[in-house]
Design a protein around this ligand. Structure first.
Ligand SMILES: *Cc1c(COP(=O)(O)O)cnc(C)c1O
Length: 424
């Protein structure tokens, strides 16, 4: 616990700022975490634009967009750009949310409410999803009183559509595909999952939090990828995070519906209080509009050309990194990376210890369990030398682990929020 006391007197900002900067000096520079634990790292120019655009709207709650016409316009512009990128049919709708968690929550909630109307015989609604789907879907299901059935994936780490079909039962109202799952980064066969959804009249949600703003540009560079967006028959809704490969300020994601009429199941509409109507399509009420303004600015700053350049850089980073890993004795990549997610495995050294030691040496690296692996998220880089530095450190750590000179760190693997870790 911190020793901080609520202050009697105020402290001038220059002093506080100096204190913050001094404390940050103890952290690993976040621009170095680009291969694992941090979200995509924008260029210094994009970072500056994020901050300036957000500051212009720091005063405004998104809840008040009806009274701030410029904010309503910004929101509508972002929604239109997103729906075009996700190849939405005419009549689709997009909601701007605070992050992938909220976007997935809106999907589960809207599907559940839709099922109450269209599948009234189902008293205990269930959703079927691949084992690799994101935990936020279980989190949402927990809040919303839905049961989740997770189904094993195929040997190449994609959704097993036959197994999903077998798991669909009388109470199933929703199925999920990921584009891609964060764990293995391989896009699920969404077209086949869409056929399943159409056959049984199920709500299909695609979690494209990672790939929504990257796959379209990989495809334009000639990569062949499974189809997953709103142009795929059977896809009802899709989540895509602006604050991941959209390179926008943290706090921005999107939830899109194939048909705006489905909004009826998403909207909270309340009248019985002294103020009269209270309507909302998101979980939060007052929420910052800074991330929306930042998203608007970054999408327009970069444009298709800017995102293509980023996509090219990620492909190049991935190629260099995979080549480098293959040159390190004892390490292998689990499979050819499809979307910048890369799992590095070994038959010879304990990769969890390798991840711990890399982290201790200032390269925060995610640890992965099934199978044990180092988990990297490839990103654009300002300078390729950072890849060679990381590879050199990785080779040195592998040598030390092999020689018994490194021990695994205390503590768990995976993700825990800071507060959860401190038991708050
Ligand atoms: C990151 C992620 C989420 C959750 O998003 P947050 O922005 O962390 O709330 C959901 N699904 C996938 C596939 C993700 O990678």
């Amino acid at each position: 616990m911190s020793e901080a006391r609520f202050p009697k007197r105020g402290t001038p900002w220059p002093e506080l700022k100096a204190e913050l900067i001094a404390m940050q000096g103890e952290d690993t520079p976040w621009t170095r975490g680009l291969f694992g634990l941090w979200w995509p790292n924008p260029s210094p120019e994009v970072f500056q634009v994020q901050k300036e655009a957000a500051a212009l709207y720091a005063y405004a709650s998104q809840l008040y967009a009806p009274w701030v016409p410029s904010l309503a316009k910004i929101e509508a512009d972002v929604q239109a750009m997103v729906l075009e990128l996700l190849r939405a049919p005419p009549g689709a709708a997009c909601t701007l949310s605070s992050g992938g968690t909220e976007s997935n929550f809106l999907a589960v909630m809207t599907a559940r409410n839709w099922a109450r109307v269209h599948r009234p015989e189902v008293a205990a609604p269930e959703m079927v999803m691949p084992y690799t789907a994101h935990p936020t879907l279980n989190k949402a299901a927990g809040y919303l009183g839905m049961k989740v059935v997770r189904v094993p994936v195929t040997a190449d780490y994609r959704a097993d559509v036959d197994a999903m079909a077998q798991a669909v039962g009388r109470n199933t109202v929703m199925i999920v595909g990921s584009a891609p799952p964060y764990s293995h980064g391989r896009i699920d066969p969404v077209a086949a999952i869409g056929e399943l959804a159409l056959r049984y009249g199920l709500w299909l949600h695609v979690d494209a939090c990672v790939g929504g703003f990257l796959a379209p540009f990989f495809r334009r560079l000639g990569r062949t990828l499974p189809e997953f967006d709103l142009s795929v028959p059977g896809v009802t809704s899709i989540s895509a995070d602006l604050h991941k490969f959209g390179y926008t300020l943290l706090g921005a994601s999107t939830f899109s519906l194939r048909d705006a009429a489905l909004r009826a199941h998403q909207q909270f509409d309340f009248h019985e209080w002294p103020y009269g109507p209270y309507r909302s399509v998101t979980f939060a009420g007052s929420r910052p509009s800074g991330p929306i303004a930042a998203a608007w600015a970054v999408l327009r700053l970069l444009g298709e050309e800017g995102y293509l350049e980023i996509a090219r850089s990620i492909l190049r980073t991935t190629e260099l990194f995979v080549e480098g890993v293959r040159r390190i004795d004892g390490l292998a990549v689990l499979f050819e990376p499809e979307m910048g997610v890369l799992n590095v495995v070994s038959d010879e050294v304990d990769v969890i210890t390798v991840a711990d030691e890399l982290t201790a040496r200032g390269w925060p690296t995610a640890r992965f369990l099934e199978p044990p692996a180092l988990h990297f998220l490839m990103d654009r880089v300002d300078n390729e030398s950072v890849i060679h530095e990381l590879l050199a450190e990785l080779a040195s750590v592998v040598g030390d682990v092999r020689a018994g000179r490194a021990k695994p760190a205390e503590g768990g693997v995976g993700y825990e929020s800071g507060a959860a870790r401190r038991g708050l």
